[in-house]
Design a protein around this ligand. Structure first.
Ligand SMILES: Nc1ncnc2c1ncn2[C@@H]1O[C@H](COP(=O)(O)OP(=O)(O)OP(=O)(O)O)[C@@H](O)[C@H]1O
Length: 242
């Protein structure tokens, strides 16, 4: 459908004996804030990597912003942003140098990089080396680097893991702003309250399959429980652990 940002159909991926993704289909609408939830090993990262065009599926197809994501599609790269782990920062560079390096890779003017640093509240830390930033500051820098080329679609893999509650809430405001600007956001998270607060819809995965898709509030009332945490527990039979 023309309004879909992402269409995933019949995805399968096996690593040796492990069927990591076992027939996954779903759609993400343009402008949507979409969460992919599941216990460790559920197949979330593999699914995301296939959608991002970083991994070839054994079966199935993915359309991102109207284009096939495999074979790797160069035309898509400027249109999507992928939040890298902070360990992927260039060594010994300051926050400002990091984001300017990402900007130049995409041919983006340096002024935009400084504006992005300001947007994530890191202007005062611009001269600090990335490895000396706090956990929350590093996460904000990695999100800024993923956004510096103004992508339409952003993938965030556990953006608030390891942050204290206040830093998580600050980051939630930033993620809401990114989405309010019209960008589609796809998020994986280990925090059910985070998914409940931020996501328009979530897909709950386990054992390489999608068990259920819907707005958090609908899933909660359909299953007659009190929270997304309870939905997760009921569908997967497991607590959400890291
Ligand atoms: N490169 C690989 N080679 C072999 N097995 C892999 C590889 N990548 C993932 N797996 C296996 O595939 C399954 C799905 O892994 P995946 O990382 O996609 O799950 P996940 O839901 O992202 O888990 P987590 O929450 O722990 O990140 C797991 O059993 C994992 O051990």
């Amino acid at each position: 459908m023309a309004t879909d940002a992402i269409t995933v159909e019949g995805l399968r991926k096996r690593y040796g004996d492990v069927q990591a993704v076992d027939g996954v289909s779903f759609e993400v609408e343009r402008g949507e804030f979409y969460g992919i939830l599941g216990p460790n090993g559920a197949g979330k990262t593999t699914t995301l990597e296939i959608i991002e065009g970083l991994r070839e599926p054994d079966e199935g197809s993915v359309t991102v912003l109207g284009e096939a994501s495999w074979p790797r599609n160069q035309a898509l790269l400027p249109r999507i942003g992928v939040q890298l782990q902070s360990s992927a920062f260039f060594e010994r560079l300051t926050a400002r140098e990091q984001i300017h390096t990402f900007a130049s890779l995409y041919g983006v003017p340096g002024g935009n990089a400084d504006a992005m640093l300001e947007k994530v509240g890191l202007t005062e830390k611009a001269g600090v080396r990335a490895e000396r930033l706090s956990g929350g500051q590093m996460q904000r820098l990695s999100i800024a680097c993923a956004l510096v080329h103004d992508p339409e679609l952003v993938f965030l893999d556990e953006p608030t893991t390891g942050l204290d509650p206040q830093a998580r809430r600050n980051l939630w405001d930033l993620l809401r702003d990114i989405n309010a600007e019209g960008r589609t956001v796809v998020l994986t998270t280990h925090y059910m309250d985070e998914a409940e607060t931020l996501c328009d819809r979530v897909a709950v995965m386990d054992h390489g399959r999608v068990l259920r898709v819907g707005p958090p509030g609908d899933l909660i009332s359909e299953l007659g429980v009190d929270s997304l945490e309870d939905v997760f527990l009921q569908l997967t039979g497991r607590e959400y652990r890291e």
